[in-house]
Design a protein around this ligand. Structure first.
Ligand SMILES: CC(=O)[C@@H](O)[C@H](O)COP(=O)(O)O
Ligand SMILES: NCC(=O)COP(=O)(O)O
Length: 249
């Protein structure tokens, strides 16, 4: 059985901290607690506007994590230099607009292949495994392969926002097709954005998907049940869905 891994995104622990400019809650403590509770990796998004994760957080998590770090960032020269310096195990290139509330879609890889090929090569030379955060679209998946990224992360935000059952099912099938296509051409396939306790299982059931990056919903649940329990419950749902997918075969 292909296992399913959980990458915990700690951005919104930092959102709470930045709300008052205090030193608490500490996203690094959250990361270490989450790792002890079963998170398989830690994701953090260093945004150009530093609205939540700060440069110091990247330095501290790189020194203290027990699992691995997935640094999300825009494909800008500033961020490339930071990644080359900090050398996280994974770097996920995401689109960014300062005015956005959160990430609104996937990276347009097909429209900027020369630049992204250069960024992928430089990050790989620094020892980082590059992931591209893209829509579940064959053209973008093929472009990711072409620019040399070994990993893709399928954007599940559209799926998460849909309410009409037929549209939800159609998007599940679109993500499944994208995951199968990416796997067939030799890419590691991850997924994330907007996943929560009531929509995660159809995505976790997809055998070609290796890792789900989830943040907002887990940090929100942690307000009620504490972070270790919130992480354990999400992992339980993910593993249950993956096991059931194999039992159906
Ligand atoms: C790329 C993605 O979907 C998230 O990992 C991203 O971090 C969302 O941005 P915020 O965390 O700022 O909402
Ligand atoms: N790349 C997705 C991620 O890291 C977390 O997204 P969300 O669960 O906070 O929407």
């Amino acid at each position: 059985m292909n296992p399913i891994f959980l990458g915990l995104n700690i951005d919104h622990v930092a959102t709470l901290r930045q709300a008052r400019g205090t030193r608490y809650p500490d996203p690094i403590k959250a990361a270490l607690d989450a790792e002890m509770a079963g998170a398989d990796s830690i994701t953090l998004h260093l945004r150009e506007d530093r609205r939540h994760i700060q440069d110091e957080d990247v330095v501290r998590i790189s020194a203290m994590r027990q699992t691995k770090v997935n640094l999300e960032m825009a494909a800008t020269e500033e961020m490339v230099q930071i990644a080359i310096q900090q050398k996280p195990e994974d770097v996920c290139l995401v689109p960014e607009k300062r005015e956005e509330l959160t990430t609104e879609g996937g990276l347009d890889v097909a429209g900027q292949k020369p630049w992204l090929a250069d960024v992928c090569a430089r990050l790989a030379a620094a020892g980082c495994r590059v992931s591209l955060f893209i829509d579940p679209d064959e053209t973008q998946i093929a472009a990711a392969k072409e620019v040399g990224a070994p990993v893709i992360e399928l954007h599940t935000g559209t799926y998460a926002e849909l309410e009409n059952p037929k549209e939800v099912q159609a998007e599940i099938e679109r993500i499944q097709h994208a995951a199968s296509f990416g796997h067939e051409i030799g890419l590691v396939v991850n997924a994330g954005h907007g996943l929560h306790y009531h929509n995660v299982q159809p995505i976790a059931a997809m055998k070609e998907i290796e890792e789900l990056n989830i943040g907002h919903a887990i940090i929100a649940q942690a307000v009620y049940s504490g972070l270790p329990q919130a992480v354990r419950e999400m992992k339980r749902l993910m593993i249950e869905a993956r096991q059931n997918a194999y039992l159906k075969d």
